[in-house]
Write a protein that binds this ligand. Structure first.
Ligand code: SF4
Ligand code: SF4
Length: 307
């Protein structure tokens, strides 16, 4: 089984359009939307949910008002300033502190310090993940609650589910829409993958963002490819980014030209290669052929144990 992850230095580079087209072209793949903070692959692929489960990324603290003796120990020691005395509607201050669930990082310190055991420490539901069917194959995706953290843990869960599904259905390819940036979610998206495609745009910030993710990919020793999207908007910069990519050991998967059809395809809930036969579709097909063809099918699978 091979797992290819599509990532970008920041959101909005055309990464998801690329993944949707790959889904159309692959025919035999499991799809995994690991861009959990801004999931939008479902807008194009219109999944029909077959299984849904709650996701708990950890525990949070809650003060049991009747037990609390207002000793202030927890207020003083919480380094996330999550425990405060609320101002009541009548303008007075509450007699006992309470915990702001958004600010609480779930470290559990207050629970350990409280002298009268007045703090409960309970799992919280941060979101849901789904196993769905789409017109281009099974898909694992998720919805994270507003202002919820732990997206790295959710990404790992989605990839695990995608692997289980691929094994069960004997499908040999997983295509992952990875998280943008270089934080915890993207590390969870790429660890143990067989190949990475980095999508970027031909701008100075695109070059900067590309170099950051390329270094991250190199750190994990994963074979990586570059695709400059909308390359014809700045051919000189596209060339510079490709030069940097080659110097950093990446392969060039191809270039994709600017075409308003990419946006129109999204509006029509279609992948670009479904929507049009124009040259932009040929560009994407070339990128897919490069990435697909370069995965070394003969070698042993990479270790997945870091996930
Ligand atoms: S669990 Fe940690 S972060 Fe949350 S309120 Fe307690 S001390 Fe603060
Ligand atoms: S440490 Fe316990 S008793 Fe003291 S203020 Fe916090 S919750 Fe209340």
């Amino acid at each position: 089984m091979k797992e290819i992850v599509v990532i970008s230095g920041k959101g909005g580079t055309g990464k998801t359009s690329m993944v949707a087209s790959f889904a159309t072209l692959a025919k035999d793949a499991i799809l995994a939307d690991c861009d959990v903070d801004a999931a939008d692959l479902h807008l194009i692929l219109e999944p029909v949910i077959e299984k849904r489960e709650d996701f708990s990324g950890g525990k949070k603290a809650r003060i049991i008002g009747e037990e609390c003796i207002a000793c202030n120990r927890c207020v003083e020691e919480c380094r996330f300033d999550a425990i405060r005395y609320r101002t009541l509607d009548d303008g007075t201050t509450a007699a006992k502190p309470s915990i702001d669930i958004i600010s609480c990082e779930g470290c559990g310190l207050c629970k350990r310090l409280c002298p009268v055991d007045a703090i409960a420490f309970e799992p919280v539901i941060n979101g849901q993940f789904f196993v769905s069917s789409t017109r281009h194959g099974p898909m694992v995706h998720a919805r994270l609650g507003m202002a919820e953290g732990n997206s790295g843990k959710l990404v790992s869960l989605i990839r695990q589910e995608a692997r289980k599904l691929a094994e069960g259905k004997k499908l040999e390819m997983i295509i992952v829409d990875g998280s943008p940036g270089i934080g915890c979610p993207v590390i969870s998206s790429i660890t143990g993958a067989d190949g990475i495609l980095i999508v970027t745009e031909p701008t100075l910030s695109g070059k900067h963002d590309f170099l950051r993710v390329a270094k991250l990919a190199a750190h994990f020793g994963i074979p990586s490819f570059l695709c400059v999207n909308k390359w014809d908007l700045n051919p000189e910069m596209a060339g510079l980014i490709e030069k940097e990519a080659l110097e950093n050991g990446l392969k060039i998967a191809g270039r994709v030209r600017y075409d308003a059809a990419i946006t129109k395809a999204q509006i029509m809930k279609k992948s670009v290669v479904e929507y049009t036969d124009a040259e932009v579709s040929d560009d994407i097909k070339n990128v897919w052929r490069s990435v697909r063809g370069s995965l070394d099918v003969g070698r042993e699978p990479r270790s997945k144990e870091n996930n």
